[in-house]
Design a protein around this ligand. Structure first.
Ligand code: HEC
Length: 485
């Protein structure tokens, strides 16, 4: 993403400030031990996940020491039995945490020693017998167990600050717009800009959305570095609560609202695509994995048809060919690619962006691909044949181009970008058509109504605008409910 999702310096400053506070605390407060025994899953595992899993995860763990299950943690790596129950002083797990030489864990270059109170917690857990909580099995994946215990916060009644709109979708009747909020989806009347529904969800941000032919909404998202998912919601399901004229739905727990959780993974899901016939769904994201579901027999019988990794970094963009036989993908690895879904193999790689490729689209003839990215260009290229060749590159946004849609009825491309604008282009000639100006911040999301008469755009500052295709703004609202001005 153009704006960093994680501020490393802020994190360091935060850690430093916490340490200063710790030193400033009176010794009595520091020494005071909580009465409850230390829980492995609630107290220790989160520390290990944060400080150790990066190098001691499932894939090629350092020192052959994987900590992702309790069983593996007790087994150890090249040296066996790192934890001696009841005896922190005899546990070399504790030795490396206290080491000041090259044995130091986490190593100096990745943050160095744990904060004293964290180390003390681990030592106390070992002293108390290094027990596993009764409701966790020793072979369970610890990241998954931690996710299961995580409870999403209830969205703010009134947002204290605006939240970026990462994704938008028009409802199938073209009358409402769904926007991704903070742990919720919000549904707005496109004509009046009035908030109608709030659907609380687990995702911190909804990063991609698509309606299925039956009117249910697929949403992808997650929490950075923690989890990702693909869920299907019925925006008319369950019994909503009425709060000041707005219907509030529980999409976290109510199975009539959250009708299906198709995927759960370890990092955010960034992209979704539904095939033109509605029978296939694809998702992809930070773990680089592309999943393709077959929905031909309905959502209940949805099954993953294929899973593949074709990129070396996060996958940002996905689009099915009109016949559903090919899938375009684009990535932070600076390429866009064509995957043959029938042969299950990679067909073409388009390298010309030389920078992150955020979005892709197919021309209705299935022969031409469009892609946009950090290099500020809208590019077209052949999506069939043996060798890839660029057809055209068009600047215009002058800044990173973040999303791309092919108009449902006309040979028109719609793009949005970090220059605060939405633009339309003649998809055949590449000529610039209209510039939709009025946003005052980067435009991260666009959607087009099913009939193609309206475009919705959403910006970093939470502002959503509804436009006619000629670039006239017909509605503006902030998608952060009750925003305090
Ligand atoms: C930046 C990567 C990195 C992080 C983060 C990290 N380790 Fe390590 N760890 C290593 C490497 C590399 C080795 C292997 C060192 C060697 O073989 O000399 C290792 C080895 C170990 C070993 C010895 C394993 C064996 O049997 O040989 C232990 C125990 C260990 N780490 C504990 C931890 C703990 C606990 C944490 C978190 C608090 C942690 N490490 C975080 C990279 C890391």
């Amino acid at each position: 993403m153009p704006r960093s999702r994680f501020c490393f310096v802020c994190a360091l400053l935060g850690a430093a400030a916490a340490f200063v506070l710790y030193l400033a605390a009176p010794p009595a407060a520091r020494a005071q031990a909580p009465a409850k025994p230390v829980s492995f899953i609630n107290d220790v595992a989160p520390l290990l996940k944060e400080a150790c899993f990066g190098c001691h995860g499932t894939k090629n763990p350092k020192g052959k020491f994987s900590m992702t299950t309790f069983e593996n943690l007790l087994k150890g790596g090249t040296k066996e039995g790192p934890i001696v129950a009841g005896k922190p002083d005899e546990s070399y797990f504790v030795d490396v945490l206290k080491a000041t030489d090259k044995q130091m864990m986490p190593p100096k270059e990745s943050g160095g020693p744990l904060k004293p109170e964290k180390l003390a917690l681990i030592e106390r857990w070992i002293k108390e017998g290094a027990k596993l909580d009764a409701d966790v099995v020793a072979t369970a994946d610890l990241s998954r167990e931690l996710r299961k215990r995580w409870v999403p916060p209830t969205p703010w009644a009134a947002y204290p600050f605006p939240v970026v709109v990462n994704s938008l979708a028009f409802t199938p009747d073209g009358k409402k717009v769904v926007a991704g909020g903070h742990h919720e989806l919000t549904v707005w009347d496109a004509a009046t800009g009035k908030l109608e529904k709030r659907v609380y969800v687990r995702n911190r941000r909804a990063l991609a959305m698509a309606f299925l032919p039956d009117g249910k909404l697929v949403v992808a998202g997650g929490r950075p570095g923690e989890e990702g998912d693909v869920c299907v919601y019925d925006l008319d399901g369950g019994t909503p609560k009425d709060v000041d004229g707005v219907k509030v739905y529980d999409g976290v727990k109510d199975p009539k609202v959250l009708v299906k959780r198709l995927l759960e993974c370890d990092d955010e899901v960034l992209a979704l695509a539904v095939s033109a016939d509605g029978k296939k769904l694809a998702s992809a994201g930070c773990d680089r994995v592309v999943n393709v579901w077959n929905l031909a027999d309905g959502l209940d019988k949805a099954k993953v048809e294929q899973t593949f990794e074709n990129h070396a970094d996060w996958v940002f963009g996905l689009a099915f060919s009109p016949d559903g036989k090919f899938l375009l993908t684009s990535s932070r690895d600076k390429t866009a690619k064509v995957w043959n879904l029938e042969a299950k193999e990679s067909m073409l790689t388009f390298p010309d962006h030389q920078n992150t490729v955020y979005a892709v689209a197919f021309k209705p003839d299935g022969k031409t691909a469009f892609s946009v990215g950090e290099d500020k260009q809208v590019r077209s290229w052949n999506a069939t044949g043996d060798a890839v060749k660029q057809i055209r590159a068009t600047g215009g946004h002058g800044q990173a181009v973040l999303k791309l849609i092919y108009h449902p009825k006309q040979a028109v491309l719609i793009t949005c970008g970090a220059d605060n604008s939405v633009r339309t282009w003649n998809a055949d000639s590449g000529a610039a058509l209209k510039t939709f100006s009025g946003h005052t911040d980067h435009v991260f999301a666009i959607a087009v109504s099913p009939e193609g008469d309206l475009v919705a755009s959403g910006a970093w500052n939470g502002e959503v605008k509804i436009w006619k295709l000629d670039g006239t703004a017909v509605q503006t609202f902030n998608a952060s409910p009750g925003l305090k001005k």
